[in-house]
Ligand binder design. Structure first.
Ligand code: MF3
Ligand code: CO
Length: 247
């Protein structure tokens, strides 16, 4: 069931999403060679709690971290740990904050020091995929236009989209209907309505299609070992466009 949010519910979402936005910026500022992903996790958890929110990922289906920290060939759901960031790595940080009954969700991919041109292009194109998807989005847009726009922009640039993981609705639950794939056929799917709130989250692979999940049961890695990037915002569908809550 897809829920339509009232303006007062959207106000609550706006606050959770502002915490997500600020935490992502804070964590991004801590990313540098020598830092472990566990240190980033602890810093994010403290920041989120200081703002009176709860890091929704912590304990979700037994997930042990407050953030997902996915390095290089890790696509999503990387568990924070002793891995030390090195110059030339990229790290995708995905996190949620829960406050006043509503979840916000966002992700960014950060460079660790200087990175090569392929990784620079991957991060840039992944962000562009999000903006391509929301450019013409408004009430009445068919749902799968989102994925069609993401896929077209990624593939035009020689990259692949992830099919195993998708974006989603969000609100009182971290994952609500509908699923929001990063691929699809333009003009298909339900027509979006004003007041729907979606997490649009391109997950883009520098190489070929396909991911595996490691023995930890969470970490998704590319089959070909090439890097991946992730960029996510929570957005409200409006009559005339979208309101991006995590920017
Ligand atoms: N933000 C992630 C998502 O949209 C949260 C992953 S759940 C976790 O799916 F438990 F892995 F954190
Ligand atoms: Co999400």
């Amino acid at each position: 069931m897809i829920t339509i949010k009232t303006e007062s519910e959207i106000d609550a979402l706006r606050e959770s999403c502002a915490i997500v936005r600020d935490t992502l910026a804070y964590v991004g500022g801590l990313v540098k060679p020598g830092v472990t992903t566990k240190e980033l996790d602890k810093a994010a958890e403290e920041f989120i709690r200081m703002r009176g929110a709860y890091p929704s990922c912590l304990g979700y289906c037994g997930y042990p971290g407050s953030i997902c920290a996915s390095v290089n060939e890790e696509v999503v759901h990387g568990i924070p740990g002793e891995r030390v960031l090195r110059e030339g790595d990229i790290i995708s940080v995905d996190l949620c904050a829960y406050k006043n009954g509503f979840h916000g969700d966002g992700a960014r991919t950060f460079a660790v020091g200087r990175i090569d041109e392929e990784k620079q292009k991957l991060i840039r194109v992944t962000e562009e995929c999000f903006f391509a998807a929301v450019k013409d989005l408004r009430a009445g847009t068919p749902l799968y236009d989102i994925g069609a726009a993401v896929q077209a922009h990624a593939e035009e640039n020689g990259f692949s989209v992830v099919r195993e993981y998708v974006g989603h609705g969000i609100g009182r639950e971290m994952h609500e209907d509908p699923s929001v794939p990063n691929f699809g056929k333009r003009g298909t799917g339900i027509r979006l309505k004003a007041g729907m709130v979606l997490c649009i989250e391109p997950m883009i692979l520098a190489g070929g299609r396909g991911v595996n999940v490691l023995d930890d049961g969470w970490t998704a890695v590319t089959k070909d070992g090439k890097p991946a990037a992730h960029y996510e915002n929570t957005v409200v569908i409006r009559e005339e466009g979208v309101e991006i809550l995590t920017l």
